[in-house]
Design a protein around this ligand. Structure first.
Ligand code: F6R
Length: 260
């Protein structure tokens, strides 16, 4: 696992955008796993700049959402389909059909989860999966206690995640208690995992995920099993890492052309 400690989230966003631009250049088409929430916003803005500058062709990018709330009405501003439309599809000029997400309004949710897994597989899998991390250690919406080999399925959010996500909902609007999320087993199948975290409120979760024991209580610790996982954190989120100075040393010695 590579841990990159950056001075500011904007520097991390540039590094991650560089990796995506390189991937599209090298492979001709890249499938990106799209996280939502505050963490990847800078990366999406940076990708918009790359498209505007001509170094990224949106016709060579496909996207699969990590998760979605269950039961939010079509077009609800906090639904992840809408968030990705505003932050990725429109600013990057992606054709909407190139981005898929699990349908949280499906009549048959287990069938929808199987359909979603099949859609990812038929796209050839995810090349680069963007991840944030919950303060409770979740990735996607795989809350503590999730099976480390789980597939896309229905999950119940913890009270702490619902409180954390309250800020995305209007006054009087309930944060849904149920979600569809790619499983940890699904996430681990992508070729490159890029987990980002900003701010000291993520420090304990990041340390538990990167340096703690592998355990269902910290779903993000599953990234330790992945052969190509990159953790990009700012100083605040790196605040509890025991090996921080070693990670810095490794990064400083790495040739710049390698990127993450
Ligand atoms: C979002 C997701 C979540 C978030 C996590 C962090 O698609 O899957 O795991 O990445 O809750 O959220 P923020 O970035 O808002 O702190």
């Amino acid at each position: 696992m590579e841990v990159v400690i950056v001075a500011a989230p904007s520097e991390g966003a540039r590094l991650v955008a560089d990796a995506i631009v390189r991937l599209v250049r090298d492979q001709d088409e890249a499938v990106i796993g799209l996280a939502t929430g505050s963490t990847p916003e800078g990366t999406y803005a940076e990708l918009g700049l790359r498209v505007a500058g001509g170094s990224l062709d949106p016709d060579h990018v496909r996207g699969f959402l990590l998760d979605e709330y269950v039961g939010l009405p079509e077009g609800h501003p906090a639904s992840y389909r809408e968030v990705i439309r505003r932050q990725v599809v429109e600013p990057l000029g992606l054709h909407p059909a190139r981005v898929c997400g699990p349908n949280g309004l499906a009549d048959d949710l287990p069938l929808e989860c199987r359909r979603y897994e099949a859609a990812i597989a038929s796209a050839g899998g995810v090349d680069l999966q963007l991840l944030g991390i919950g303060t409770d250690g979740h990735i996607g919406f795989n809350e503590p206690g999730s099976s480390l080999s789980s597939r896309t399925r229905l999950k119940t959010l913890t009270a702490s995640t619902r409180a954390d996500n309250r800020r995305f909902f209007g006054e009087g609007d309930e944060v849904p208690s149920h979600v569809l999320t790619q499983g940890i087993g699904t996430i681990l199948e992508s070729s490159h995992l890029v987990l980002m975290a900003w701010g000291s409120e993520k420090a304990a979760a990041v340390a538990a995920a990167v340096e703690g024991p592998l355990r269902a209580l910290v779903p993000a610790s599953a990234i330790q099993l992945h052969p190509h996982a990159t953790v990009v954190v700012d100083e605040g989120a790196a605040g509890s890492l025991e090996l921080a100075s070693y990670y810095r040393e490794v990064w400083e010695a790495k040739p710049a052309w390698q990127g993450i």
